[in-house]
Write a new protein. Structure first.
Lengths: 363, 435
């Protein structure tokens, strides 16, 4: 795979970009936020049924397109650029990624077609800390879970939850129905209004133990989450760069477009440089996911390190370079800033990523 | 094999052949991460001999036309060779500037006679070239240069078709052993600064040329100052049109930036992740939690620049223009260098403040491994880092270029753009030719 987008990838990018502009422009996202909705069900339905984004990495035998992680990353960049709220990361990346690594054909056949079509929303209850605050009792289909965990991506919207829990000396992954006895969930107040999070409480809740290498599946899901989050953020960073560059050409001060002044120009040049590096690492990580599994864990961490922090800086600079207008509620810059803040710390923040990368590299 | 035999081969076959030839003929990078790679420290005679063999094998001037001694192949073959050569330390340092800057410029702007006369010996390593742009009063603002070439007749009177060249150049790599140089000179001081400059070929052994080594912060002298005192330039010395030298210079500088930006992450760099990790481990300093994070971040930054370099190469290979994005690579490379210096100081701690250069690899007097030569290489590299943010255009100049030519922002107000050069205040020199 080339680091340059293929013709197919460009076509996918263009169709998702058009979809975002038509169906989920930022004013519509603002209405959703004002209404307190975690995501627009109509948009989600079209995203999955028409564009098939949830099935991009799910094999054809389970109802997906089997197109690969590079394709999903291309779509996620466009969705990230538009701050489109959706359970894509929770359901199609985390839950599907873990299911595909576990040894549970029945669960795959039960759940993956629904995840791919978007009719079923699932999540994997992991946090940056790695979980472990939930304990399991019993085995097989007779297991029960007790404990609590937060923040869980789309935990309040999911129909099915995959829950890692301490079982004996190790860890297991358990399948829990959202309507199961003893399960309560609280939608959290979120720093980023476009990313829904919940606290999950389980009290002797019936669950089914899923067979397979749970630790391996969790590690794989963490790598895939790094790639997916990095892809969203890379797209959002491009949106910040485009918005700020445009403003620096239009806004005049002291008789010049402000982009003529080095105080503005140099900060934008730094944003462009950070974005070029971010984009190259994202493409490299996506290529590893599809073609070089041995280097994927390191490349996915590198992508998070080179994107999550720099995106936060770019979002802050977007506010700053717009001046006062950029700090108003009506301007979109604060939506990106909040999105960057949340994405920086979720599913393993900067320190966690470096520790994880150091471990992968054998330092 | 004759160079002509390669033309028909495909890119992958070319890569295989290049790899086989390199394995057979080229030295590898030195394993100890020393700063003096064989590629740069080999003697000139050895470099000439190696360049000639490389040329005979068909790996020099890969994209240049066959009529001027090149191979007439595409960017794809050039990139394939560069990627394979990365694993080796080719002793061809003396030829990099000529083939990277004056060569392509002569190819693009030079006369037919110049191409035939100068390009083949340049490729074969028979003649070495340098580039002379910067002056003591013209660094970032190189278009404000004051060295001047005046047209004279055979009897020395003004007018005619030869030139008399006077002035001082600085930061010239390889001037001490170069046969020819590509030099910028002011030929019309009544024009605004960008419009009165011409580019010439100068014989570095001509009467009136004086080369003095320029010692830098690291203690070594990789550059020179060059003085020109009434040096005669013949009618065939002008590259391109008179007073159009700035356009050719922009092309030349753009080539330079891509080369510098993607060079930083090369192997054998004492501030590279692999070298620093190994040295930190030997000194028992790699397992500290803060050190692990810093080394991991160095790896991430190094890897991202390498991937960006790869992306630029792929774009070039597919025939797209990378435009001014070489400046992104140059800026990112300089910033990576500064970051690596910071990591090295943080991770190695006071071991870099003082070390026993006479002791090596565990044979130190106090019973502990000292690794003096490796530490010395690290310190030399840290001292060299600020130069990386200046050479080839400062970080600030790169940011101007990225802002204006990549993002399309308005140009700097530039109060001197329309003013005739002879009415401008420039540099710090009082008069041209002052030394």
């Amino acid at each position: 795979m080339s680091l340059i987008l293929s013709a197919d990838e460009q076509a996918l990018r263009d169709s998702v970009r058009r979809f975002v502009a038509d169906r989920s422009p930022l004013p519509a996202v603002r209405e959703l936020i004002a209404a307190g909705e975690p995501y627009d069900r109509g948009v989600w339905k079209q995203l999955t049924a028409q564009l098939g984004v949830a099935g991009l990495t799910i094999p054809e035998e389970y109802g997906g397109a089997g197109a690969g992680h590079a394709a999903l990353a291309v779509a996620l960049q466009e969705l990230g650029a538009g701050l489109v709220p959706s359970p894509l990361l929770a359901s199609a990346v985390l839950a599907a990624g873990a299911l595909l690594r576990l040894d549970e054909e029945a669960a795959r056949q039960d759940l993956l077609p629904g995840i791919a079509s978007g009719e079923l929303v699932a999540t994997l209850a992991i946090t940056g800390g790695g979980g472990g605050r939930i304990t399991a009792a019993g085995t097989g289909a007779q297991a029960t879970l007790t404990g609590e965990l937060a923040p869980v991506l789309n935990g309040a919207q999911a129909d099915m939850l995959l829950v890692p829990a301490a079982a004996g000396d190790g860890v297991g992954i358990y399948l829990v129905d959202a309507g199961a006895r003893g399960l309560t969930r609280v939608a959290l107040t979120t720093a980023d209004p476009t990313r829904a999070l919940a606290r999950i409480r389980l009290d002797d809740t019936p669950a089914r133990a899923l067979a397979g290498d749970a630790a391996g599946a969790l590690a794989a899901a963490a790598d895939l989450a790094n790639l997916a989050l990095a892809a969203e953020q890379c797209g959002a960073m491009a949106a910040c760069l485009a918005m700020t560059t445009e403003y620096a050409k239009l806004r005049v001060a002291f008789g010049q477009p402000i982009g003529a002044f080095q105080g503005v120009k140099h900060r934008l040049a730094d944003m462009e440089t950070a974005w070029e590096l971010a984009h190259a690492t994202l493409r490299a990580a996506a290529r590893s996911a599809d073609e070089e599994p041995d280097s994927f864990a390191a490349d996915a961490s590198v992508a998070r390190v080179m994107i999550s922090g720099p995106y936060f800086t770019a979002a802050a600079d977007t506010i700053h370079l717009h001046g006062g207008i950029g700090f108003t509620w009506e301007h979109d810059a604060h939506l990106y800033y909040k999105n960057a803040l949340s994405g920086k710390v979720l599913l393993g923040g900067p320190g966690d990523q470096l520790d994880r990368l150091a471990g992968t590299l054998g330092i | 094999m004759s160079p002509q035999g390669i033309g028909a081969r495909t890119g992958e076959k070319f890569r295989d052949r290049a790899r086989a030839w390199l394995v057979e003929n080229a030295p590898r990078h030195s394993a100890d991460g020393g700063s003096e790679d064989a590629g740069n420290s080999a003697g000139l005679d050895a470099q000439r001999a190696f360049q000639a063999r490389l040329y005979d094998a068909g790996f020099v001037g890969i994209t240049w036309p066959a009529e001027y001694g090149g191979q007439g192949l595409t960017n794809a073959e050039q990139i394939a060779f560069s990627e394979e050569a990365r694993h080796f330390s080719l002793p061809v340092g003396a030829f990099i500037i000529g083939l990277g800057m004056p060569g392509p410029t002569i190819l693009e702007c030079g006369s037919e006679e110049q191409k035939k006369r100068y390009l083949p010996p340049m490729l074969r390593g028979e003649e070495i070239w340098c580039q002379l742009f910067s002056e003591p009063g013209a660094g970032s603002d190189v278009a404000s240069l004051q060295a001047s070439a005046v047209r004279v007749k055979g009897d020395g009177e003004v007018g005619g078709d030869t030139w008399v060249f006077n002035g001082q150049k600085v930061w010239t790599s390889g001037a001490q052993y170069s046969d020819y140089g590509a030099v910028l000179a002011r030929t019309d001081p009544a024009q605004p600064k960008h419009r009165g400059i011409s580019m010439f070929i100068v014989d570095m052994r001509a009467p009136g040329v004086t080369v003095r080594p320029l010692r830098v912060a690291t203690g070594s002298a990789p550059f020179n100052e060059v003085f020109f005192d009434n040096v005669r330039l013949g009618p065939d010395a002008l590259i391109g049109a008179e007073n159009k030298g700035w356009d050719a210079a922009v092309v030349m500088l753009r080539n330079e930036r891509v080369a510098i930006g993607t060079m930083t992450a090369s192997r054998g760099n004492p501030l590279g992740f692999e070298s620093l990790r190994e040295l930190a481990a030997k000194l028992g300093r790699a397992s500290d939690p803060a050190a692990r994070r810093r080394l991991a971040e160095l790896y991430a930054r190094e890897r991202s620049l390498a991937q960006f370099g790869r992306l630029l190469r792929e774009e070039a290979m597919s025939g797209r223009s990378i435009g001014a994005r070489g400046s992104v690579a140059k800026l990112a490379g300089a910033e990576l260098g500064a970051f690596a210096a910071d990591v090295a100081a943080d991770v190695l701690g006071d071991a870099i403040a003082g070390y026993d250069s006479s002791a090596d690899h565990g044979s130190a007097a106090h019973g502990s491994a000292d690794h003096g030569s490796e530490l010395r290489a690290v310190v030399t590299a840290i001292v060299a880092v600020p130069g990386g943010a200046i050479a080839g255009g400062t970080n600030e100049i790169q940011r101007n270029i990225i802002g204006e030519r990549v993002l399309g922002l308005a140009k700097d107000p530039g109060v001197d753009r329309a003013t005739p050069f002879n009415q401008l205040r420039v540099g710090t020199q009082k008069r041209q030719g002052a030394s």
